[in-house]
Design a protein around this ligand. Sequence first.
Ligand code: PLP
Length: 222
Amino acid sequence: MTIAQNIEKINTSLAGTSARLIAVTKTKPIEDLQAAYDANCKTFGENKVQEMVQKWEVLPKDIEWHLIGHLQSNKVKYMAPFVAMIHSVDSLKLLQEIDKQALKNNRVIDCLLQIYIAKEETKFGLSEEEAHDILGSEVFKSMKNIRIIGVMGMATNTDNQEQVRIEFRGLKTFFDGLKAQYADTENLQLREVSMGMSGDYLIAAEEGSTLVRVGSAIFGSR
Ligand SMILES: *Cc1c(COP(=O)(O)O)cnc(C)c1O
């Protein structure tokens, strides 16, 4: 199957759900990204800032770039001019740096709070309590150049589909609770639930994902 065929197949399987496809292009060469672009898939996810910047420089400028991997504060400045969404906000300090760099670029950058949902120890993310701490803080409320528009989570890497489903359902329930508790403001407009990867995006879509991040099912294994 070609990249275009894979994209078409995934988009077909997502039809009727609320999930939109983000093609995860990390480690893949420019030709692969161009093939996805030519198949009208123009939303890309990268997990390293440097690599995303290099690809942004050479590819068409109507691509929406999403940073999905763990992010260090000192890297934010490199992508602040163009990044469309940052999925991996896991501290107030990082959010402050994004706000600062977005201001320098006269932009508002959309962000998701990465929530820890997996059983494994290895994943980054906030606990639900830590997410509440951020949303309730005066520091966050005063930020003008970021907008928190939802949450992101990664399920446990397991063949146990029921486990994965329970974790996705938990994230959606948490998101619904946040929406009920926090009224929309300029910098808080909850509408996105980023969950689901190549192995579990259909389960995620069934559980209310709005953004699935799919790499290997489009481009082959890394
Ligand atoms: C690599 C990656 C993906 C995509 O993984 P695949 O299994 O190749 O679909 C999704 N989300 C994050 C955060 C990633 O780092």
